[in-house]
Design a protein around this ligand. Structure first.
Ligand code: GLN
Length: 380
């Protein structure tokens, strides 16, 4: 039959941001920083716009950016990528779509872990993939071999995963990543690894890329985002990294999706990646302080906060906080009655096994966080 709206729903992030704009609520829903982004990166983009070409850059991206990314990943994550392994995209969302378009054949099964980012399932289904979702459950959200093995069949071809995890702020453990790598090599799967939160990991923990595990270099697509690393989400500069046979396929998909990405933004990101890394560590410390500020304020107001080790998000547990509403009802009520927008965690599951958690974004100024805390305290 014809496609129906259910197949391509309105993303929860746009839905909630539109409602926040209408009502004037403080938007702790969709994840974006409140600040303008690092001044030096903005200046580099402005300079490049006036002094460099605005015509099509090379289809796989500016060589300056691809080289800067290879160097950045060597320094920060010990990876040995060549510029030829990297294709610049118009945001990580394009990288996910391009990877699925390039690699999924109709009927191929795609293994995913829920909670899953809301773009994954509609894209997998539109390219003809069959979703196999392993649900991770609170409070610990751990990945187990039994659950994964039960979901893998001879038709499974792709593992699509996110680490660190949006919305929970979970960082997968070394043993969990080793298990995923082992399953990929044993069952001949390609891993699409959405690592856009790689530079927002807190409490001194490192980010461990799946592509660095034994046997994964030739079968992993590592996806990243300048919007997240540089706190400029509207730029939509992302990338995908993979070894040559896969990288060639990815480039073919990218050429028919967006073809290229604004060259001045690519140039500015390349400059920013080349600067001394202190600022990245300072940015990370600032986000960690914001996480702690929101968590402390909400706790003081009687909300039970789930620990978050990464991303720009933390969650509150409604029943543990003495609230009997489900997550969707709570989000609808606080946007109208408290003037705060949030995201229900059930939006990250294909059905509704988890309806008691609400995600709040903490990449905001202290004043905004304090005002949101005050409003949520008064709502109780
Ligand atoms: N990644 C953002 C979030 O989780 C949303 C991005 C988008 O809306 N496309 O809030």
């Amino acid at each position: 039959g014809h496609p129906v709206y259910r197949d391509m729903p309105t993303t929860i992030f746009e839905h909630m941001s539109a409602r926040a704009r209408e009502t004037g609520a403080i938007n702790l829903g969709q994840g974006f920083p409140e600040g303008p982004g690092p001044q030096d990166v903005l200046q580099a983009a402005a300079d490049a716009l006036l002094t460099r070409s605005s015509q099509y850059p090379p289809m796989p991206g500016l060589i300056e950016l691809r080289t800067a990314l290879a160097d950045h990943y060597a320094r920060r994550q010990g990876l040995d990528l060549s510029p030829q392994d990297i294709i610049v995209t118009s945001g990580a969302t394009e990288a996910i779509a391009a990877s699925l378009l390039a690699l999924v054949r109709p009927g191929d099964e795609v293994l995913m872990l829920a909670p899953l980012y809301d773009a994954y399932l509609p894209l997998v289904e539109r390219v003809g993939g069959v979703a196999r979702v392993v649900k991770l459950m609170p409070p610990d959200w751990r990945v187990t071999r039994d659950a994964l093995e039960a979901a893998i069949t001879p038709r499974t071809r792709i593992l699509l995963m996110n680490n660190p995890v949006n919305p929970t702020g979970i960082v997968l453990r070394e043993a969990e990543l080793a298990l995923l790598a082992d399953l990929c090599t044993t069952h001949d799967l390609i891993a699409l690894c959405d690592e856009v939160w790689e530079e927002t990991v807190y409490d001194g923990l490192p980010h461990r890329p799946l592509i660095g595990f034994p046997g994964m270099r030739e079968r992993t697509v590592k996806i990243g985002s300048a919007g997240k690393i540089f706190s400029v989400t509207g730029w939509k500069v992302g990338w995908m990294c993979a070894a040559p046979p896969i990288a060639t396929l990815l480039a073919r998909a990218h050429q028919f999706l967006t073809f290229t990405t604004p060259p001045n933004l690519q140039w500015a990101v390349a400059q920013g990646l080349g600067w001394p890394e202190d600022w990245l560590n300072d940015q990370r410390a600032a986000y960690q302080a914001s996480r702690d500020r929101l968590a402390a304020g909400l706790s003081q107001a009687g909300y039970v906060v789930q620990p978050s080790g990464a991303t720009w998000f933390l969650s509150i547990d409604l029943p543990a906080s003495g609230i009997t509403m489900d997550d969707v009802t709570f989000c609808n009520r606080i946007i109208d009655e408290a003037g705060v927008a949030a995201i229900p965690i059930s939006a990250f599951y294909p059905d509704d096994p988890v309806t008691h958690l609400v995600r709040l974004c903490f990449s905001k100024s202290d004043a905004t966080l304090d005002q949101a805390i005050e409003r949520l305290a008064a709502f109780r």
